[in-house]
Design a protein around this ligand. Structure first.
Ligand SMILES: Cc1cc2nc3c(=O)[nH]c(=O)nc-3n(C[C@H](O)[C@H](O)[C@H](O)COP(=O)(O)O)c2cc1C
Length: 379
């Protein structure tokens, strides 16, 4: 039976032959100079499929705002050359490959910032709790207005570098509590200038980045990822439907040819534990990204939780002809996820302990399907 999940769809300049998308996932396996390693080329090649879209992990647009050890960058020639190996490997298998562009803002520990300067953000509000290295989060410095447009330009330059490296397009990381999200949410933005206060002001930076990137490489090579209910890194907004509804409708109005919008579902559960101030269960029961999909007429990627309920991906794709579904953890553990879903083969388990950093273990050594595989999906 033909299922919508395996129907072709045009995304920007690329014609996909199915709608199973690889979610961007940071794995910290670049080299010490933040250039992608041959192991990364192997990982993405394994997961590439004919006409399938891979969105590559959060990649840093510059180093001056902090870059995590072994995270990749796209700001110098060495990195661009190394990315060419990755994009070529995916293209050789007929795959389509986008790069997620990230500025960490206040999430970057100052120890990773040249001169150990404070990280930057929309406002001088730190994240509660402990950061990736087990220390208290630094209090960020609120960006000056003149600095903000320079960051949009850095996104544009990173987008141009991505195209030079052979990517088919880029995804602007506007989700999960990184810099763009820090401007959007009321919990992290208390500015009183043109970048704070009203929805129009808090979303200004996100839309300026979209403007710069689309101008640099074209609307049809640009996507953006957004997460109205992420909660991660203390994100919380007073009016999620209005805020992200505004962004979606502005993008529809100004950039109808953009490659895609990528929304994270409220029930996304990949980071365990509730977030401060967020009643997760209530959100999961009551909220939906459907209004954002309806505001946008182009390709719409939905993400989050399909790993634990893969069958739902088939049902979701049936709901409208512009839907694609992205998978995170199940792509970690299943290099041949597309075939497994298509053939209803069982999925390998993922191992959380090897998500971040290390070698090929838990990265490129997950098995391809063999009929005697006896695994299922729990961690
Ligand atoms: C190891 C790991 C790293 C991740 N890194 C990123 C990232 O770099 N950028 C991003 O937008 N989301 C990131 N995510 C979130 C995933 O893209 C996805 O939204 C999440 O895993 C939920 O989807 P799933 O239920 O299919 O796993 C990461 C998730 C995991 C498990």
């Amino acid at each position: 039976m033909a299922t919508a999940l395996f129907m072709p769809i045009k995304v920007g300049t690329s014609l996909l032959s199915h709608r199973v998308v690889h979610s961007p996932m940071t794995r910290l396996r670049a080299d010490s100079e933040h250039a992608p390693s041959p192991l990364m080329a192997e990982y993405y090649e394994q997961r590439a499929s004919e006409g399938g879209l891979i969105i590559v992990e959060g990649t840093f647009i510059n180093e001056e705002n902090g870059i995590f050890p072994f995270a990749p960058g796209i700001y110098n020639d060495k990195q661009i050359e190394a990315w060419k190996v990755v994009t070529k490997a995916v293209h050789n298998k007929g795959g389509i490959i986008y790069l997620q562009l990230c500025h960490p803002g206040r999430a970057a520990p100052s120890i990773f910032i040249p001169g150990k300067r404070a990280p930057v953000s929309s406002s001088a509000i730190s994240i509660n709790g402990k950061n990736a290295i087990g220390a208290t989060y630094d209090v960020p410095r609120a960006l000056e207005v003149e600095e903000i447009s320079k960051i949009s330009q850095a996104f544009a330059q990173a987008a141009k570098n991505s195209i030079s490296a052979g990517f088919d397009g880029v995804e602007i990381h506007g989700s999960n509590g990184f810099l763009i999200d820090q401007f959007i949410n009321t919990s992290s933005n208390t500015r009183t200038d043109q970048y704070g206060g009203s929805i129009e002001n808090r979303t200004r930076f996100a839309l300026e980045v979209v403007e710069s990137v689309t101008k640099a490489i074209g609307d049809d090579r640009t996507g953006i990822r957004l997460s109205p209910w992420s909660g991660y890194q203390d994100m919380k907004d007073d009016t999620p439907y209005k805020t992200w509804g505004y962004i979606s409708s502005k993008i529809q109005e100004r950039y109808p040819k953009m490659a895609y919008l990528h929304f994270i579902e409220p029930r996304d559960d990949y980071i365990s534990g509730p977030n401060p101030g967020v009643d997760r269960m209530k959100i999961i029961e009551n909220d939906t990204i459907e209004p954002f999909r309806k505001a946008w007429k182009g390709p719409f990627i939905t993400s989050g939780g399909y790993t634990t309920t893969p069958k739902r991906a088939f049902e979701t794709a049936e709901q409208s002809n512009n839907i694609l579904v992205s998978f995170g953890r199940s792509f970690v553990a299943n290099p041949d996820l597309v075939l497994r879903l298509k053939n209803d083969w069982p999925l390998n388990k993922y191992d959380r302990s090897t998500f971040y950093g290390g070698d090929s273990t838990g990265y490129t050594d997950y098995s391809f399907y063999k009929s005697d595989t006896d695994n299922d999906i729990t961690n």
